[in-house]
Design a protein around this ligand. Sequence first.
Ligand code: URA
Length: 271
Amino acid sequence: MNEFPSALDHVHATLAELREQGVELRASAASLARLAATPSAAVPAPAPVVETRPLSRPPAAPAGAKAEQLAALRGPVLACTLCPHLVQSRTQVVFGVGNPEAEVMFVGEAPGEEEDLQGEPFVGKAGQLLTKIIVAMGFSREDVFIANVLKCRPDLPAGESANRMPKPAEMQTCLPYLRQQIDIIQPRALVALGATALEGLLGASEPMTKLRGRWHDFHGIPLMATYHPADLLQNQSLTDKRKVWEDLLLVLERLEKPISEKQRGFFLSKG
Ligand code: URA
């Protein structure tokens, strides 16, 4: 007699559900034989999951499920201690903010001072510019999802206040959290803000002049690379503002959003 009949029934039901959603289930012959021998359930016994592989795109999550999955991920991320030096220096982990059902997700490099204090990405000066850009695209911050590759503020030598760039190893350690956020949200497009974010996401080290304005692929999700809003604040170049805007027009086109003549003309020099 099996000691865990209800747990087994639950496993059977979950496997049947996954199959209905189009997930291909694979199992070893031994596991199949074991499960077939198990007295259980009205549900016909599907194979136990050894490996699941989506047949094409993962099936759409049921309503509300994305918010629940993100909420479940938040706890472990906020309690992360994988980088002991950052645990020492951070005020808090900056998980990310926005709509779990977002069509577009913006990814920056790491929290700065303000973000570390407030626990929200892109709330400092660069963040305020990003918010304006998001609004110019026809969205609000609540429509999109905003996150960073590294979720803790990079630590600084004593007495220094300027931000430092995240190190590749720090980003690699943290990347699985962003992967999980992206896997849950399944945005139709990702926007990588700046060379460091792009390097963290794709391992790309070519200059941004070559990488921006082009579609890349992040595990099946189209990824647009553009300049970081902090770069625009620093150089105040109308040409670079226009380049960022052109990159984002490509995103709007990909999302099949209406684009007004006014939007098309932003940052075009009048001369
Ligand atoms: N710059 C980033 O890359 N991320 C933030 O959250 C803030 C500034």
